[in-house]
Design a protein around this ligand. Structure first.
Ligand code: SF4
Length: 258
């Protein structure tokens, strides 16, 4: 088998695993990723044309935000520190039982870019800081690659406490924790949200669509531009995903520049 065919097979398998619809091989030839399975139902619908150098519109999720008369302490939290204090005392789900530290997130209150991951890992749980360790170092490099220093980014997760054995957070755990995330985004009012990994993307867009189906579209969360890409931990397991991730973060950068 030629090198080109071997590469094509590797790409197709990669896209099949993440639920992708199509791949573009070096040289520009496109190949459907579903092979003999045929196209996924949603891929039959014609996509809107891309707008200039941006991907086509995707989903829009607009959950209600709090009002002045809300008695919910999360909605009453006046700033990011107040949210972090609520998180530190939170026992709304079972993840509080095994945590060492809560990991509310960190970054400047005026951040124009917000990165959202899934949840704290071992190192994050030990330190109380998001995206540290190997995956965090990779995130720092990804941000440096688009010339957007990590110090200018607010970085957080969907759930603020580590799930045992780093399992994916359960639906009720996400439901209990996401009001903190939504309030953080409300307070930050960023220009762009970068959802890293399926859990972050599905939570912020209120969908069960796969990460592959959600990539390369310009979504909206309460009107704010939202781009979906791979989680850095996934990139460590599969370096082939670095190139599409690079494509995604460059879209985020273009949005920040607008
Ligand atoms: S994961 Fe979120 S909801 Fe659950 S205990 Fe921690 S802060 Fe509370």
């Amino acid at each position: 088998m030629s090198d080109a065919r071997a590469l094509a097979r590797a790409y197709l398998e990669q896209q099949r695993l993440v639920g992708g619809d199509a791949v573009v091989l070096p040289g520009g030839s496109g190949i459907g990723a579903r092979g003999a399975e045929g196209p996924r139902p949603e891929s039959r619908a014609p996509s809107p044309e891309p707008q200039g150098d941006l991907p086509p519109p995707g989903l829009s999720f607009d959950p209600p935000s709090g009002d002045l008369f809300s008695t919910d302490p999360i909605q009453q939290a006046a700033d990011l520190d107040a949210v972090a204090r609520l998180v530190a005392e939170c026992t709304k789900c079972r993840l509080c039982e095994s945590r060492t530290h809560t990991v509310p997130g960190e970054g400047p209150a005026h951040a124009r870019l917000v990165v959202v991951g899934e949840g704290p890992g071992r190192t994050e749980d030990a330190t109380g800081r998001p995206f540290v360790g190997q995956a965090g170092e990779l995130l720092t490099k990804i941000l440096a690659a688009i010339d957007w220093p990590r110090e200018q980014v607010f970085i957080c997760n969907v759930v603020k406490c580590r799930a045992p054995e780093n399992r994916v957070p359960l639906y009720d755990e996400i439901a209990a924790c996401r009001p903190y995330l939504f309030r953080q985004i409300e307070l930050l009012a960023p220009k762009v949200i970068l959802a890293m990994g399926g859990t972050a993307a599905q939570t912020l867009l209120d969908t069960k669509q796969s990460l592959g189906a959600l990539r390369n579209k310009l979504h909206r969360f309460r009107g704010t531009a939202l781009i979906v890409t791979y989680h850095p931990a996934a990139l460590l397991r599969n370096p082939n995903w670095k190139r599409p991730t690079w494509d995604d973060v460059r879209i985020a950068r273009r949005l920040l520049d607008r």
